[in-house]
Design a protein around this ligand. Sequence first.
Ligand code: MF3
Ligand code: CO
Ligand code: CO
Length: 253
Amino acid sequence: MRDSVKTIAQVQAMREGGAILARILKELREYTKPGLNELEINDLVAEKIKKYGAKASYLEEEVKFPGVVCISVNQELVHSPPVDYVLEEGDKVSYDLTIKYKGMHTDSAFTMIVGRELKGAEKQLLTVTEKSLYAGVEAVKPGARIGDISAAVEAVLSTGRLGIVREYVGHGIGVRMHMLPNVPNYGTRGTGEMLKVGDTICIEPMASLGKEKTFVDDDGWTVSMKDGSLCAHFEHTVLVTDDGYEILTLYSA
Ligand code: MF3
Ligand code: CO
Ligand code: CO
């Protein structure tokens, strides 16, 4: 389903929901330390979602995901349910959270290293993947095509000689968590659907230090890199405005 034209109230709900989501993710980054169990983290996020008056999209939508936040560690790329695992210093962790506020969904993700500064190849992976997200965002404006975003993301990821994941893509978002159009992390400028004012899309580059192939774990959820390589995922929900874009899930104090 592609979103129909949104009301001003729906856009405002996404702006408010996006601000709540950004705050929760910022608090989660600060809270993440070696010794924390993923199940505690899930409980904390559930508490915060409630405290801020929102709902956990993964429980609201019919996906039946066992948790309120995806917590993907090391070679795990995305969609990993919270499990009984204690974070260690130097683990990579990707958090991906979608919330529903006043009937509208917003979705954002980031990747960090637990308990220490970034170094070496992992630093390259995380910084280039995040940079590719912002390059994609910069391509958003009325009249731009999905391929313009995809090509901008791909161009930056290519500079890092990273595996560019093709099996998962970004998406439209609004009254549902996953809507059309798809937003791939590779593509050709000038192709694909045209964006119009009021559209809301999730741009979410996923990349690895190795090959781009993934597989789904026995749990039926966790997507990991086939070659076991370290991988990263960053995501924002972006609104198309009259003069360009607004990142709805950007943290501002
Ligand atoms: N937030 C994810 C996305 O970026 C979706 C999670 S899928 C679920 O599209 F199954 F875990 F809910
Ligand atoms: Co997401
Ligand atoms: Co998404």
